[in-house]
Design a protein around this ligand. Structure first.
Ligand SMILES: [Zn+2]
Length: 237
């Protein structure tokens, strides 16, 4: 007949409290990381959008510049045409025709360039608007996700406070010798450090324990540890 050592029973309750506290702490630590990741997503999208806007502005400046050049050239042509009315010599007249033709050719080139640029601006503007709309909806979604995480954080904090409070009194009535064995191990190892022996195997390290240890655990009267890993053991089956 196997007995569960009452001290082990209390230790298991203490360990369960401690596991709960650690688990809640881990969940809490993950939240700011998740929030930051979501915020980074928004920032990256905002940057893409700002870059697109800057590109558009630059194209618009180039377009205006071409427009100005055409305007200046057209005024120059008018001036040449006025001069044509005043010159007497044929060669002077011919020279002005040459200048005018040169400018007209340049105007055609600039206008062509401007039309190309305008088409590009149109399609870029369309893309920009799509990106802007998509950013607005994803920002909305991400803000909702962040709000959910913030609620979760508040909830976890409350639960952690409760669990930590329970943990404070969970070592009441435990034999100090058992606590002295449990505490250092719990501090440096992943829980559980109080584990069952099943089919003569330690459920902590999964290695076989001696018949002696098995027998000691089965009696359940003395502090028993696994000779492989040092965990506190009790008879499970
Ligand atoms: Zn072990």
């Amino acid at each position: 007949m196997a007995h569960l050592n009452p001290q082990i029973e209390k230790l298991l309750a203490l360990q369960a409290c401690e596991q709960k506290v650690r688990h809640l702490e881990q969940l809490l630590q993950a939240i700011p990381i998740d929030v930051k990741r979501l915020q980074d997503t928004i920032e990256a999208e905002e940057k893409t959008l700002a870059d697109a806007k800057a590109r558009l502005r630059k194209m618009e400046v180039s377009r205006k510049d071409l427009d100005n050049r055409v305007g200046v050239a057209q005024e120059q042509i008018l001036r040449y045409k006025n001069q044509q009315l005043q010159v007497k010599k044929n060669e002077e007249y011919q020279a002005l025709i040459h200048e005018i033709e040169g400018l007209e050719k340049e105007i055609l080139d600039w206008e062509e360039e401007e039309i190309g640029l305008m088409l590009e601006i149109d399609s870029e503007t369309e893309n920009y608007k799509k990106q802007e709309a998509s950013l607005a909806s994803s920002t909305e979604l991400i803000k909702r996700k962040i709000a959910v995480l913030e609620n979760r954080r508040a909830d976890l904090k409350n639960r952690l406070a409760d669990a930590a409070l329970r943990l404070q009194s969970a070592d009441r009535d435990i034999d100090p010798a058992y606590l002295r064995a449990y505490r250092p191990m719990a501090a440096r190892m992943k829980l559980p450090v109080v584990v069952g022996l099943k089919m003569q195997k330690c459920l902590g390290c999964h290695l076989r324990v001696s018949n002696e240890i098995m027998e000691k655990a089965r009696k359940g009267v003395a502090l028993t540890t696994c000779h492989n890993c040092g965990r506190l053991v009790y008879f499970a089956s």
